[in-house]
Structure formats: structure tokens, C-alpha cells
Write a new protein. Structure first.
Length: 229
């Protein structure tokens, strides 16, 4: 079973596959130019199509719907309330290390901090509850569009963000997803329409998650956090 320490690396690899497959260069799905860059060297590998048995018509020829089935989701998902310690980015700075994320932009108001942290927690909680549509609602439009454009063709015509996210993350054990949803947000750095949430995971290690402001609201701008090195 993957540990909570390994989970961000697993999901970050999935993010690299997505970005590599769709060729996205949107600033909302990657770190700042001064921060770590996403690895886009691994191409998306299309799924091998299952060959029809002798005497069996292909689904398309038989006029059947070849789309991937919609994932089952809880109908009553409601994100719980979280209490973050805050304290600012100074606590995450390292002597002689790369502090580009910690020093990015500036700290916003407490209201803006709470809004962004709430969206971030809701995304993690929805993913842990396998409420894929609810998780996609918290993603920035550029990210969900990249999922559909980059991997939709491998999962059948008409695949949605929720279906693709379920396919990418559904095999991760439920206990691991619940542990990965444990996050204590300590800082939120903002510059213009971009930001970075800095938090400690269940293992006590620091991570960051890119955020993007869309229509005056903060959205999650990646499908997985990155370790703060």
C-alpha cells in the first residue's frame, strides 16, 4: 500500500503525464518561473484497445455507446470544516535552500487565506471521498480542460473531468487518500491571479499546491501537491 509520503510523488507523476500529453503551458498548471518546473518528458501512453472476440461486432459498429462509464459518487458529499495553524511562509524557509515558493508574492488578507484554504481542503476531501465531480468543481478550468483534452481520447469519447480523475486516482487505496487529505495550511502566497498554498501533510513534511484565481474565486491549479524542497 502506498504511504502518505509517497502519494504526492505518485500523483505528481500523473500530473506530468497529463501535461506531457496535452502540451499545456498554462501558468495556472505549473509553478512560477522561479519555482520548480513540472516534468513533462513522459508522454501519455494510450490504452490498448480490447480486440473483439470472433463473431462479436465492435461496439462502434453495433451502434453502442463506447464511452467510459460514469464513476459512482456519493450524493451527499459535504466538505468538513478545517482549522489551519497559519503563521506565514517564514516558518517554511530554509537557510541556503530554494525559497522561491516561500518568497513568492505576498501574504493576502485573512479572508482570502481562508477562502483559498477552504477550496484546497475541499478538493482533497472530495478526492478522499471519491466524489470526483465535486473535486473537479474545485479545479481551475485550465486543469480540468487539460485532463479532458490530454486523456479524454484514451478513455472514450465524451469522457468528463470526473471520469478521468476517477481513472487516475481510483486505484489509490481509500486509507491513503484519507491520509493525503490531512493538511495544515501554514501560508498562502499571492501575486496577481496566481498563488501557492504551503502546508504540512500527515507526515509532517512541507508541501505546496499552486492555485489560480478564476472569476474572483480561488481554484486548485494542479491535481497533486509537490514537496517543498
Amino acid at each position: 500500500m502506498p504511504t502518505v509520503r509517497a502519494l504526492p510523488a505518485i500523483l505528481l507523476a500523473l500530473a506530468a503525464l497529463i501535461l506531457g500529453g496535452c502540451g499545456s503551458s498554462s501558468s495556472t498548471t505549473t509553478s512560477s518561473s522561479s519555482g520548480p518546473a513540472a516534468d513533462t518528458s513522459t508522454p501519455v501512453q494510450p490504452q490498448q484497445e480490447k480486440q473483439p472476440q470472433v463473431g462479436q461486432e465492435p461496439a462502434a459498429a453495433a451502434g453502442q455507446d463506447n464511452r467510459h462509464p460514469a464513476p459512482e459518487e456519493p450524493s451527499d458529499f459535504a466538505p468538513p470544516t478545517h482549522h489551519d495553524s497559519g503563521g506565514g511562509a517564514k516558518q517554511f524557509e530554509t537557510g541556503g535552500g530554494d525559497n522561491s515558493i516561500q518568497e513568492f508574492g505576498a501574504e493576502p488578507s485573512s479572508e482570502e487565506f481562508d477562502e483559498a484554504a477552504g477550496t484546497f481542503h475541499a478538493f482533497l476531501d472530495a478526492r478522499a471521498a471519491r466524489a470526483w465531480a465535486a473535486a473537479c468543481e474545485r479545479l481551475a478550468p485550465q486543469v480540468s480542460e487539460s485532463l479532458v483534452e490530454g486523456l479524454g481520447s484514451t478513455r472514450g469519447a465524451g469522457s468528463s473531468c470526473a471520469e478521468i480523475l476517477a481513472g487516475l486516482t481510483g486505484a489509490v487505496p481509500a486509507a491513503t487518500l484519507r491520509e493525503a487529505a490531512v493538511a495544515d495550511v501554514g501560508a498562502f502566497r499571492v501575486e496577481g491571479e496566481r498563488g501557492f498554498i504551503i502546508f504540512r501533510g500527515a507526515d509532517g513534511q512541507p508541501y505546496f499546491m499552486p492555485m489560480a484565481r478564476q472569476g474572483g474565486r480561488w481554484k486548485v491549479a494542479a491535481i497533486a501537491p509537490s514537496p517543498l524542497l
